[in-house]
Write a protein that binds this ligand. Structure first.
Ligand code: S3P
Length: 428
């Protein structure tokens, strides 16, 4: 349980946020199946990323700290050993889905399991394409949910039209495709984050991309690399919104990953009228990186339609906080996917916003939020979802009464330093 009081003064500071969770998973995975040593800098320290590290240690990959680097001694695809026990992905959907693709190509049996949240998340979306490629992968209980059992090996390429845009599903298929006979082509309805494609190129693979279609050939070997992980824009988003909604605030966040498939939050905040400047733009590990300066002021409501979903997928919870204080109405449409995240985020945000006095209309695939309000104090539930807990912590700072969050320890999933950093910019 965590109690947060409204802030009496604006936020000030010059900060960095932990390394991008999505990119870090990929660095550990590709490093583990590449030939030679990879060194990963700026790993988040969050529980999700450490699950991926543990999974590869379980498969015999040597992974150790050397100063500020995490060293991964890759011995190629064939260097992986069959895990003796089930791999526990805990809360991490990315670990489970990406590993399902990778293990579908390995000639041994493995099992992937997770916590009660992950055991409720849809897995048919990876089971179907991987089965089409020739893997024997099934839900142990026969309900399309984890735990999953995988008898891998002997895959062939496929042409696959993905029913939903999902970087986790796309990446699972790509990791299988690299081990398959022949070529695989994937088409997404909307381009999801492309960190896997970007990093595969960095590790020496050939990846052809045309719009939202990706093609790779099987039988490609990867080569170990040094990877510096940019700051996580999905973690920075909590601070961007906090500074934007608290008048008089001035905050700079350094070295934030601003990949165009991830930076919807910057566009939306600008459309809401926030004063937000990206500067010092550069490229690191093939990814666009930028410093971001944001100042607090009045915001107005916006309509976020289908075109924003893929680029903003994890930022709807924190944007719903901005929407509640913005003048006018904000509409989120086509966000049914949010119901299948670490929690049902449409339901979780609706419940929390209402508990703090905000008028919200909940739809099966969307939300309408009536803004122009101050959050009153109250009790909210995080549903064990790190992004819900962090969103309501930000709401509490800008409100008029104390907010109690039932389970706030779940921030450790992606951002263990969250409350310390928040304290630092509140006290300045
Ligand atoms: C992720 C992709 C997104 C995102 C998740 C991380 C990834 O999921 O919500 O937090 O690392 O590939 P989908 O693209 O599968 O919706």
């Amino acid at each position: 349980m965590k109690r947060i009081e409204p802030l009496k003064q604006p936020l000030r500071g010059d900060i960095t946020v932990p390394g991008d969770k999505s990119i870090a998973h990929r660095a550990v995975i590709l490093g583990s199946v590449a030939q030679g040593r990879s060194r990963i800098f700026n790993l988040s320290g969050g529980d999700d990323n450490s699950r991926t590290v543990r999974a590869f240690r379980q498969m015999g990959v040597e992974i150790f700290r050397d100063g500020d680097a995490l060293c991964v001694e890759g011995k190629g695809w064939d260097g992986l050993c069959a895990p003796r026990a089930s791999i526990d992905c805990a809360n991490s959907g990315t670990t489970m889905r990406l590993l399902s693709g990778l293990l579908a190509g390995r000639p041994f049996t493995s099992e992937l399991d997770g916590d009660s949240s992950l055991r409720q998340r849809p897995m048919q979306r990876v089971i179907e394409p991987l089965s089409l490629m020739g893997a024997r992968i099934s839900s142990k209980a026969g309900d399309d949910l984890a735990p999953l059992k995988i008898d891998g090996g002997n895959l062939h390429g496929i042409d696959y039209r993905m029913p939903i845009a999902s970087a986790q599903v796309k990446s699972a298929i790509l990791l299988a495709a690299l081990q398959a006979r022949g070529a695989t082509t994937l088409a997404e309805p909307q381009k999801s984050r492309d960190h896997t494609e970007v990093m595969l190129r960095g590790f020496g693979a050939e990846v052809a991309v045309k719009g939202a279609t990706v093609t790779v050939c099987g039988g490609q070997n990867l080569h170990g690399q040094d990877v510096r992980i940019p700051g996580d824009i999905s973690s920075a988003a909590f601070f961007l919104v906090a500074a934007a909604i608290i008048p008089g605030s001035e905050l700079t966040i350094r070295s934030v990953g601003c990949n165009p498939t991830r930076d919807g939050v910057v566009e939306v905040l600008r459309r809401m009228g926030a004063s937000l400047e990206c500067f010092n733009e550069r490229t690191e590990a093939g990814e666009r990186v930028s410093d971001i300066r944001v100042a607090g002021g009045a915001l107005k409501g916006v309509d976020m339609g289908a075109e924003m979903v893929a680029r903003t997928i994890d930022e709807y919870p924190i944007l719903s906080i901005a929407a509640a204080v913005a003048d006018g109405v904000t509409t989120f449409s086509d966000i049914k996917e949010l119901r299948y995240k670490e929690s049902d985020r449409i339901a979780a945000m609706t419940a929390g916003l209402r508990a703090l006095g905000i008028e919200v209309e909940e739809r099966e695939d969307g939300m309408t939020i009536r803004g122009g309000r101050r959050f009153r104090g109250g009790e909210v539930r995080s549903f064990g979802d790190h992004r819900i807990a962090m969103s309501f912590a930000v709401a509490a700072l800008s409100g008029i009464g104390a907010v109690v969050i039932d389970d706030a320890a779940c921030v450790d999933i992606s951002f263990p330093q969250f409350f310390d950093l928040l304290g630092k910019i509140c006290l300045h």
